[in-house]
Ligand binder design. Structure first.
Ligand code: ATP
Ligand code: MG
Length: 271
C-alpha cells in the first residue's frame, strides 16, 4: 500500500500471497485438538471457516500465524506455507510471521492508553521504526481510509482509541493490522460483538480488502459466510478432535453440500 520495497511490490503484483496448511495436527499439551488439516487458502479471496463450537476453528486460525504456540505446551506438527515457505521453519522469525499474517480478534482490542493515531501506527513502529519517504501521518491516514474510518475520526486523532464505538474500534484494529502491510489477514468472529450496522460495514470492508489480501474468516454467522466468502471450509469434531470435513465454493456448501454433516450443520440440524 505504501513504502513498498521493490520486491514487496512485485510480490503483491504477482498475487503470490498464498497460504497453505499441510498435514496440520494441533495439540494443547498431550491433547490433539485438530487432526490432519489440509487446506490451501486462495489469494485475493475470503475463505470462511464454519463449524460447531469446539470444532477447532480458532485453534486452526491461531496456528496459521504461530499465535497457537503462545499457549503453554501448545504445539503443532505439519506445515503452514506462506508463499511456499514453512512459517514453522527453524529460521522463520515468529514476529515477522505475525507481521505478514495479521490477526483481528472477536473483541475489538485497541490499546486503551493510546490515541487513535498511536493505535494505528503502533505495530508499524514496532516492526519497522521510522519509515523512509513517507510520514507516520500519511500511513495513519491511508490505513484509516482503507477501513473507511478516516472521515469519522480525522478531527479527533489524539483521542483515546477506547472512546470509539465497538464497530469503530474494530475498524481501528483492522487499520492497525493493515498498517504493517500483511499478506494475509486472519479474522476470528470479527463481528460477533457488533451491532448489525457495524457488521455490514465490516463485511463491506472485508470485500474491499479481498482485492489486496488473502483473508481467512472464522464465523458463526452463516449468513455472513454466504454474504462475504468465496470459499467455505467446514470443521466438525469427531471424538472431540476437529477435522475439516468439506471445502468448496460457498454457494455449493450452502446449496449442494456433499457431506451429510455439512448438510445437517448448514440446515441448522446440528451445532
Ligand atoms: N488454550 C487452550 N488450552 C487447552 N485446550 C484448548 C484451548 N483452547 C481451545 N482448546 C480446546 O481445543 C478444542 C477446539 O477449540 P476452539 O476454540 O479452537 O474451537 P472453536 O471451533 O473456535 O469454538 P467456538 O466456536 O466456540 O469459538 C476444544 O476442545 C477446546 O476445548
Ligand atoms: Mg473460536
Amino acid at each position: 500500500m505504501f513504502v513498498k520495497t521493490e520486491t514487496e511490490t512485485t510480490r503483491h503484483a504477482d498475487h503470490l500471497h498464498e497460504l497453505e496448511a499441510r498435514n496440520l495436527n494441533v495439540y494443547y499439551g498431550k491433547t490433539l485438538a485438530v487432526r490432519d488439516f489440509n487446506l490451501s487458502f486462495r489469494p485475493n479471496s475470503i475463505t470462511a471457516m464454519i463449524g460447531p463450537s469446539g470444532s477447532g476453528k480458532s485453534t486452526v486460525l491461531r496456528s496459521l500465524n504461530r499465535m497457537h504456540e503462545v499457549v503453554k505446551d501448545a504445539y503443532i506438527t505439519g506445515e503452514v506455507l506462506l508463499n511456499g515457505q514453512n512459517i514453522y521453519n527453524s529460521e522463520a522469525d515468529p514476529v515477522r510471521v505475525r507481521r505478514r499474517i495479521g490477526m483481528v480478534f472477536q473483541k475489538p482490542n485497541p490499546f486503551p492508553m493510546m490515541s487513535i493515531f498511536d493505535n494505528v501506527i503502533a505495530g508499524f513502529k514496532l516492526n519497522y521504526g521510522k519509515p523512509k519517504g513517507i510520514s507516520y501521518e500519511e500511513i495513519v491516514e491511508q490505513s484509516l481510509r482503507a477501513v473507511a474510518l478516516w472521515d469519522e475520526v480525522k478531527d479527533k486523532l489524539k483521542d483515546s482509541g477506547a472512546a470509539l464505538s465497538g464497530g469503530q474500534q474494530q475498524r481501528l484494529c483492522i487499520a492497525r493490522t493493515i498498517a504493517v502491510q500483511p499478506d494475509v489477514i486472519l479474522m476470528d468472529e470479527p463481528c460477533s460483538a457488533l451491532d448489525p450496522i457495524s457488521t455490514l460495514k465490516i463485511e463491506e470492508l472485508m470485500r474491499e480488502l479481498r482485492r489486496r489480501y488473502t483473508i481467512v474468516l472464522v464465523t458463526h454467522n452463516m449468513q455472513q459466510a454466504i454474504r462475504v466468502s468465496d470459499i467455505t471450509a467446514v470443521l466438525m469434531p469427531t471424538d472431540r478432535v476437529g477435522e475439516l470435513v468439506e471445502v468448496a465454493p460457498t454457494d455449493e456448501i450452502f446449496n449442494d453440500p456433499k457431506d451429510n454433516r455439512t448438510a445437517d450443520y448448514v440446515s441448522g440440524r446440528i451445532g
